[in-house]
Design a protein around this ligand. Sequence first.
Ligand SMILES: [Cu+2]
Length: 433
Amino acid sequence: MMTRREMIGAAVVAGGAAIINRVSSVFAVDTPTNNPTPASPPDPNQTYTPVCTPNGTTLPFKMVDGVKVMHLIAGEIEHEFVTGLRAHCWGYNGSTPGPTIEAVEGDRLRIYVTNRLPAPTTVHWHGIRIINGMDGVNGLTQPAIPPGQTFRYEFTVPDAGTFMYHPHFDEMTQQGMGLMGMFIVHPSQRGANAPDRDYVIMLSEWRIDPGASRPVTTEMVEFNVLTMNSKAYPATQPIVAKLGERVRIRFGNLGAMDHHPIHLHGFQTLLVETDGGVIPETARYSGNTVLVPVGATRAIEFIADNLGDWPMHCHMTHHVMNQMGHNVPNMLGVDGGAIDRAVQPLLPNYMTMGATGMGEMGEMSMATPRNSIPMKCGKGQFGTIDMGGMFTLVKVREQLTGYDDPGDYKFPAGSVAAEATDAELRRDGIKLD
Ligand SMILES: [Cu+2]
């Protein structure tokens, strides 16, 4: 829902936004799938299940004298959060988050970082026990990488775990513009309980005013675009598993201010990793909501033993909305009849909204500023899914030909909640007044 102030503000900035939108990205647009395409030639001795980054990619490497060589290019990109909302962001190798870095415990990595931003930058390898000079902190451990230059980072990754990477120069601006990525280190030995599917999701929060084309990186409170791998639902690619598979989902949070309790329907999950690495089996605990704090990672696992289309989303209710304004009057319980009759002679289609909540607004077609998604919802087989933002689906199927979206779940006959019949109510003694 948008306030009048926001509508007017959006109209004012729309002219400027049109100019920004003509600036095209220097990078090609990825066409990601959920099948983890090998980033590099397949390794016959591979000890791990390659990770899959929904809506994203894995950073390729080449071996040079026993060292894994990679190249990150920080630059300006035009990013689509969901159909209807694009913004001028910053990313690595053409995307936000940047490609997922994947390595094996004990690997020697040489990562070249080219700066094509208009500002200096560095890269910090978040959570990795590293030698001090490779830690990527501007001013403290290195001079910043000036625009146009390429720096070399070289280090060994000593621990398996779920880590991240991001700039340590003008952190608020650069991470707020989208510069971040996941950094996965696999164990050198394949364990007995290695996952069949291994997914990676970076959580972020943005403020993008309706009609504008740049995130507001000075924002501290009013975030209005909440994302998984920088996509807002319904653009988030589902997590797909075959019945019985062991699924791991690794979360990272490089948002500015908010911790995200990520809730999965239909399963009990085990917390198997934090940014401290793998949790010993005896210390793992179960739940179905995992809190992912700012600056931290968490990995959960579960056996995909429950067929269906299951939501997985942040449980902060404001984080499953798309670009909602918060400075709106409380319309709950308002009797709009008299207001409607008074206003309709002037505005024939006027209707007071919100008296019973906002759940049905997604069904209505309302004029909104260009490049904005205040009413963006998903489409389910039974109607509108009135959520957006930090929301995705876990789809478990008996038969799969691949791991791309298998479409809607086919519910067994009689298994869907439906209106109770009179006979049922009588049978069970339910009396309605
Ligand atoms: Cu959240």
